[in-house]
Design a protein around this ligand. Structure first.
Ligand code: PLP
Length: 365
């Protein structure tokens, strides 16, 4: 049965568990003698007839364990996807033909490209907005079918007022979708703030070890859930059970990873603010991602990312290891992102080691 086990937490005999406990207890098999503590990795293309899973593209017990935990954390029902972009693509399939979508002027590139592809094919009108300007987002929502938010945004860390924007979107008859990848459900639960759908790249903080590409969609609306489930069944962006197992295994430790990474990020953001080579620090005050702009433009930023030794120069983010990247090295990155912007994904290493390495790279380049 897909996503049916939302009573899991009640099964512990302790309703109302905190998210930190839900991370650990959710999605476990029944507690019969000799039953394993962990869900199995179920490799199955098909199931004995007469049940609800039916076929491997429709459901999988390992997916369900992961979906139960994310669903309990976000306050909705979850569908696991093969990547964050498969998840966002499924959500965009909810759009009617010839509609209008409001989206951030700068956000995760792949999602914006999915929107631009549809716009260029004449399937939608795209209104890009500064998500920090609530009044203009609300104005743009009039006549739109969907408001797509990412908050904090990648890589500028802009924060949207999800409550006010969801209200305005609902009044205009538009769905609000929030990409919650950067905040995770431990720091922000968009469905509680009025959003209709939450999207995750579980590749990032949720799995947390840079070893899996994975995504998820969450909604508390049964009608939307059924349409998204049908999309997954029909279009086949289904995850491997092994990948989902890895994502779930990583998810168990999200609270301790995030706690350390966030403390490190806050400390580094404050030290970076007084470094003479750093012109701007972008840190929303929470989370593990921070961006800096450095004096000297692109060349100078490139020199910094080449000079680090503990930090890893790579794209992607949200792993236990600290990584950094000059975002404009990607030709399609938004021109609203400064050429010298370096995105820092702060990990769980010792903060003084991270500072020594990064400040040294800034000092010598
Ligand atoms: C990485 C990312 C995505 C895309 O997810 P994939 O798992 O790489 O497909 C979407 N949104 C944000 C904010 C991301 O960082």
């Amino acid at each position: 049965m897909v996503n049916s086990r939302f009573s899991d937490l009640a099964d512990t005999g302790m309703p109302g568990l905190s998210p930190q406990s839900t991370l650990v207890t959710g999605g476990r098999p029944d507690t019969e003698p000799d039953a394993p503590l962990n869900p199995a990795v179920t490799f199955a293309s098909t199931y004995h007839a007469g049940g609800q899973r039916g076929y491997g593209r429709y459901g999988n017990p390992t997916w369900e364990a992961f979906e139960d935990v994310i669903g309990a954390l976000e306050g909705g029902r979850t569908l696991a996807f093969s990547s964050g972009l498969a998840a966002s693509d499924a959500v965009l399939s909810l759009l009617p033909e010839a509609c209008t979508v409001v989206a951030p002027d700068c956000a995760y590139l792949g999602v914006l490209d999915q929107l631009r592809e549809r716009r260029d094919a004449g399937r939608l009108e795209l209104r890009q907005v500064d998500v920090t300007d609530t009044a203009s987002v609300a104005a743009a929502a009039r006549g739109a079918a969907m408001v797509w938010l990412e908050s904090p945004t990648n890589p500028k860390l802009d924060v949207a007022d999800i409550t006010a924007i969801s209200d305005a979107a609902a009044a205009a008859g538009a769905l609000t979708v929030v990409d919650n990848t950067f905040a995770t459900p431990l720091l922000q639960r968009p469905l509680e703030l009025g959003a209709d759908v939450v999207v995750h790249s579980a590749t990032k903080l949720i799995s947390g070890h840079s070893d899996v590409v994975s995504g998820a969609v969450v909604t508390a609306d049964d009608g939307l859930f059924d349409r998204l489930d049908r999309h997954r069944r029909l279009h086949g962006a289904t995850p491997s059970p092994m990948d989902v197992y890895l994502a779930l295994r990583g998810l168990r430790t999200l609270s301790v990873r995030l706690e350390r990474a966030q403390a490190n990020a806050a400390e580094l953001a404050s030290r970076l603010a007084s470094h003479p080579r750093v012109s701007i620090v972008r840190y929303p005050g929470y989370g593990s991602i921070c961006s800096i702009e450095v004096a000297g433009g692109a060349d100078s930023a490139d020199a910094v990312v080449e000079a680090v030794r503990l930090w890893v120069h790579t794209t992607s983010l949200g792993g236990v290891e600290s990584t950094l990247e000059r975002r404009r090295r990607w030709p399609s990155e938004s021109e609203t992102v400064d050429e010298s912007l370096i995105r820092l994904s702060v990990g769980i290493e010792d903060v003084d080691d991270l500072w020594r390495d990064l400040s040294h790279a800034l000092d010598v380049t």
